[in-house]
Every structure is written in C-alpha cells, then in structure tokens.
Design a binder for this molecule. Sequence first.
Ligand code: SF4
Length: 184
Amino acid sequence: MGLEDKIPEGILTTSLEGLVNWSRQNSTWPLLFGLACCAIEMIAVGTARHDIARYGSELFRASPRQADLMIVSGRVSNKMGPIIKRIHDQMLEPKWVIAMGICASAGGPFNNYAIIQGVDKVVPVDVYVPGCPPRPEALLYALDKLREKQKSETFAQYREAEQRAIRTSADIDALAAPRSKQLA
Ligand code: SF4
C-alpha cells in the first residue's frame, strides 16, 4: 500500500526537483539580442505562425538579470566575444545557451581572424542548431531538446554549473589574445 492509496482523489504527488524543473521548462525566458542574419529567424519564432508562447518563452527580456536563456543567433566576432561573456555572467543561475546556426556553432563560412570559431569557446552551450540559417522550426526543436535536458537536471548539477561558470577577468583578456597575435 502506497501513499497514493491514502490521499484523496485529485491530489498529485511529485518531488520538489520535479516541480521546479517543470516550472523552468515552461517559463524559460530568452535574452533579447541578436548578432546577425540568424536573428531574423529567431524573431520569426515570436510570430503567430510559429508561436514560441506555447513554450512559455515569448518574453524576450532586455535585461540579462531577467533572462535565463541566451540564444546566440549569428556569428560571434572577436570584439563581441568578451561582451557575450559578460552578458552571460550577468544572467542568473540556472541559465542555458542555444548556439543557433553554423556560425554560432562553429564559425560557419567565416574562417578568418575576425570570427570566433564557435561560441562554446566563450560560454558553455547546451544545444547546437545546424543550418544557415536554421528555420524557426529548427529553433523550436532546439527548445524541445532543451526542455528534455531541463527535465532531467538536478539541484546538484545546477550547483556544479554555477561553480564552473566562475571565471576570472584573465579569461576574458585571453579571448582577445588570438586576435592580437594575428594583427601583430
Ligand atoms: S549561419 Fe548563416 S544565416 Fe546564420 S549568421 Fe551565419 S551566415 Fe548568417
């Protein structure tokens, strides 16, 4: 005989972790920023045709302190790298990152001194979206994948991620090093 037999009908039981994950899955708020052409497709997910609101993610926030999802939509230049890092640091834990498109994932066609070959060299990435540009449906699929990940995360993992995320200003300076070398 379990607890289910004792409590009245219509009462649900769950773990605190499950409840927190469920609420995070259904209210992940993206940061309001775009880097290049992929951003146009990202904007399209907010339209009635694609309706990102079904995931509870229609509130694109202009402040990193109110957002928990960074969608990197476009190529990341050396100049933007430290800025993205700083904005990511300003987002509260737990936070997630989607690299949207081949430029954000791996540099894309821009294999040159000005472009960082993947935003994962600057911030940790949870989901990569292939394509140039990926369609809005691809970004929604990435959100689905992220929701699967969020569902299985534990409080212990959140704590570990927080500790890993702590970096020094020397890390930020190091981002500029390859560019300085190429310009020398
Ligand atoms: S992946 Fe294609 S569409 Fe997206 S930023 Fe790069 S060049 Fe533009």
